[in-house]
Design a protein around this ligand. Structure first.
Ligand SMILES: Cc1ncc(COP(=O)(O)O)c(C=O)c1O
Length: 453
């Protein structure tokens, strides 16, 4: 039987509208049918979301990249439930339990060889917070270099480090200073006016070395560099290969630590277990969350080198809920599934399908770029292919129509439409979804700046 979504009542249906209206009076922020996903979740299973009005949707959000093996993967769910029955909730900073050790050994075995110690956290935001504390303590230096377009969470540090859109972190930056933002290395909109065909990303490293540290902050005040190895929320920007050698060389010469935020790229999203593996990068620290959970319970972690751990012994990490034994057991079960079912092999198979279905869209005037790395996929929409002016309204139009067609992806006001499917998704369902996406982009592109809804 073909797996397909089913739209019985075009969203938002009456039950969804009612719940959203009531919730709007209680939630910090108003909710309504104009919100990103115009329905209310009833349940979630495998590769599908079900709303309270009887509709089902292909899940291309996966809890923002958390349910990497689909929702309720039976082995992950079983491991988590058994873990909860056995360990309940525990503050493992104080009362240790063996699943933390077993998972730490497994993570260190998988991660780049430079990483040898683990600090558990609950979320990606906390992993980033902890990484910044460790970087500053280990070096005794205050500044951290970050990149435009990145997203690191909603805490003060997370928002101050993030630079997706200036209005996403209002009245925030001056309260948590110490971050030096530079452009993300990507040829499509190179701010140094290098040609897309020839920009190799080293212009950014050159800017850091010969401009930022010459005019603004001296290298010996900088703790290190914190970046997403592939920019996710910023539109799946993959740095050109030469960037990495240039960056790691600059870090080495200045005693800067390199911290990779693999919260979203980690655990197979880009076709390797960690995106760092695409370039053989050996970071000093690495932030993990989302896929680490296997879709079980919330779990974050910072992996670090011996040197960082030793130099930053004074830093407190974790908290009451960090490193729950049940969450660790879910993560271990997920890693077993990754190996047994060759999930990375499936990612590469689906990547080929995405390239075949979406690649040709790059020729449309309204499409700036189609970016695909494993199952990290974005279509960057523009109002003009020459000026590359961002077109968030076109991305929004694609999203709205996709929802009506039974596919829920991601559009968050930047200028691209993204999908984050489960890594073990059925190829036939994935291919149907990619064809539907391609048709939708063609439709929206053909209408240009006209009415879309
Ligand atoms: C790269 C990256 N870092 C950090 C975070 C924050 O993680 P969390 O939402 O688990 O706090 C996110 C979330 O989307 C992310 O994509």
């Amino acid at each position: 039987m073909e797996l397909r979504p089913e739209i019985i009542t075009p969203p938002p249906g009456p039950k969804s509208l009612d719940i959203l209206a009531r919730a709007s009076k209680l939630a910090h922020r108003r909710l309504g049918p104009q919100q990103s996903v115009p329905f209310v979740l009833d349940r979630k299973d495998g590769w599908f979301l079900y709303d309270v009005d009887g509709n089902s949707f292909v899940d291309m959000v996966t809890g923002w990249g958390s349910t990497v093996l689909g929702a309720n993967h039976p082995e992950v769910a079983e491991a988590v439930l058994a873990g909860l029955r056995r360990y309940s909730l525990e503050n493992t900073d104080y009362v240790y339990a063996e699943p933390l050790l077993t998972l730490a050994e497994r993570l260190i075995g998988l991660a780049p060889a430079s990483l040898s110690r683990v600090a558990y956290e609950v979320s990606g935001t906390e992993a980033v917070e902890t990484a910044v504390k460790l970087m500053r303590e280990a070096t005794g230096r205050p500044f951290v270099i970050a990149f435009f377009g990145q997203y690191h969470g909603e805490s003060y540090t997370g928002q101050a480090l993030s630079a997706q859109r200036s209005d996403f972190s209002p009245r925030m930056r001056h309260l948590t200073p110490g971050y030096l933002h530079v452009p993300f290395p990507h040829p499509f909109r190179c701010p140094f006016h290098r040609e897309t065909a020839t920009c190799d990303g080293t212009c950014v490293v050159d800017y850091i070395e010969h401009h930022l540290t010459f005019h603004l902050v001296s290298p010996d005040e900088i703790a290190g560099v914190l970046l997403e190895p592939i920019l996710g929320e910023g539109g799946v920007l993959v740095p050109p290969d030469p960037f990495w050698d240039a960056l790691t060389d600059l870090c080495r010469r200045n005693g800067w630590l390199l911290c990779l935020d693999e919260v979203e790229t980690g655990f197979g999203r880009t076709g390797q277990m960690f995106a760092a593996e695409h370039w053989g990068v050996e970071p000093d620290l690495m932030c993990l969350a989302k896929g680490l959970s296997g879709g079980g319970l919330p779990l974050g972690a910072v992996l670090m080198s011996d040197a960082v751990a030793e130099a930053a012994q004074a830093v407190n990490t974790g908290g009451t809920w960090a490193g729950q034994p049940a969450a660790c057991l879910g993560a271990l079960a997920a890693l077993d599934v990754f190996e047994r079912d060759d999930v990375l092999g499936n990612v590469r198979r689906l990547e080929t399908i995405a390239e075949r279905c979406l690649g040709p869209l790059g020729d449309l005037e309204a499409v700036g770029e189609v970016r695909i790395k494993g199952l990290y996929i974005a279509i960057d929409m523009v109002t003009d292919p020459i000026t590359k002016t961002r077109a968030p309204h076109l991305a929004r139009a694609i999203h709205d129509r996709m929802v009506q067609r039974g596919i829920v992806g991601i559009e968050d006001g930047v200028s691209h439409y993204r999908v984050l499917p489960a890594l073990n998704m059925d190829p036939e369902l994935f291919e149907w979804s990619m064809h539907t996406l391609a048709d939708t982009v063609r439709e929206v592109g053909a209408e240009g700046d006209g009415p879309h809804r």
